[in-house]
Design a protein around this ligand. Structure first.
Ligand SMILES: Cc1cc2nc3c(=O)[nH]c(=O)nc-3n(C[C@H](O)[C@H](O)[C@H](O)COP(=O)(O)O)c2cc1C
Length: 329
């Protein structure tokens, strides 16, 4: 395949992108600037709805994103994780998204079943993100357009079973008839080539893109991600069945300690340590010592701060190189 060859498959056709790469939702970070940068780079990104809890703020961000994308694709990510605070807002958020004419939604956290009629009726295309092939099969039966399966390596929530992405990629192939993306530890184009070869139609990426210039987080935080190795992440909150993979720091040590000391620890006990605002503060100040800061093993590939388009360009070059490496003549 030449450097300029056109790439087309189920995922590029679904989203209208140049490459089969999805920039998944990033709490606090995936705003209109980041998502528009993804769109301009030939991939699709998702504004993270929970970052804009006020309906008017989310509406304004969607409109800003649409302007910045200049006709390019973008979506909104809606995490439906069981809420830690009272007040279920998922339906309200999805109605706003539909009302704004957004074409693509990334859902995660629990089954989208209750919301499928609303989304289907409005013609919204649904990418449902799951941590397990079994959940992917269930989502396919509900009529989602594609699934993203994130493995144990991922930043954020890898689920409870902790199956790795290399297994998921090949395992899903014999279980799914809809397009699937592989995520968790993906940060190099050769992994995209491998995922495609195994039957996936693309990859979903989080950690690798956090150092993009268009991500507003403090440069000090990004520098820490560049220095960090894949072994610099911790898994926390398994005891409350809400496992997260985050950058190892004082908070992960304290959380693990509390979990070890108190086997019946509750999420309310952990809240003073893990509240999302603490993480946001790390992004604002660059002080990464506190907060649960989602980061996965693809830290291996995080090497410099540069425009998102350049990171995507390297993905593409490395994907093509990998495909050429194994091409039979
Ligand atoms: C900093 C950060 C924040 C994230 N926030 C969210 C989120 O709010 N909602 C969500 O569905 N996924 C979130 N994720 C997960 C990503 O969308 C993606 O599924 C995951 O990062 C893929 O694995 P990787 O980090 O190994 O690339 C986040 C990931 C990171 C690194």
């Amino acid at each position: 395949m030449s450097q300029t060859a056109f790439f087309s498959n189920a995922v590029t056709r679904l989203f209208g992108t140049r490459l089969p790469i999805v920039a998944g939702g990033l709490m606090w970070l995936a705003d209109a600037d980041y998502v528009a940068a993804a769109s301009r780079a030939g991939i699709i990104g998702f504004i993270t709805a929970a970052t804009f809890p006020e309906p008017q703020a989310l509406r304004a961000e969607i409109r800003r994103c649409r302007d910045l994308c200049e006709g390019g694709p973008f979506g909104v990510s809606v995490s439906m994780l069981p809420k830690l605070v009272p007040g279920e807002k998922t339906l309200q958020v999805l109605r706003l998204i539909v009302d704004e004419g957004v074409k693509f939604v990334e859902t995660s956290g629990r089954s989208p079943e209750a919301f499928m009629p609303l989304l289907r009726h409005a013609g919204v295309r649904v990418l449902h993100k799951v941590p397990d092939v079994r959940f992917a099969v269930k989502a396919a039966a509900l009529g989602v357009d594609a699934v993203a399966i994130v493995g144990a390596e991922c930043g954020g929530h890898p689920g409870l079973d902790m199956v790795g992405s290399f297994v998921n990629a090949a395992w899903a192939e014999s279980h799914l008839e809809i397009p699937y993306l592989i995520g968790g530890g993906i940060g190099h184009g050769s992994q995209l080539a491998a995922a495609l070869a195994m039957g996936a139609s693309g990859v979903i990426v989080g950690t690798r893109f956090v150092v993009a210039e268009e991500v507003w987080a403090h440069a000090g935080y990004k520098r820490r991600l560049i220095e960090a190795e894949p072994t610099d992440t911790d898994l926390c909150m398994q005891s409350v069945r809400n496992t997260v993979r985050t950058l190892r720091n004082e908070t992960t040590a304290a959380v693990k300690e509390m979990e070890a000391q108190k086997p019946d620890v509750t999420i309310q006990d952990l809240m003073p340590l893990v509240a999302g605002e603490i993480g946001r503060n790390a992004y604002v100040t660059g002080d990464w010592s506190r907060g649960l800061l989602a980061a996965g093993q693809s830290l291996a590939f995080v090497d410099r701060i540069e425009p998102l388009a350049d990171i995507v360009g390297r993905f593409e070059r490395d994907m093509r190189q990998a495909l050429a490496r194994v091409a039979f003549n």
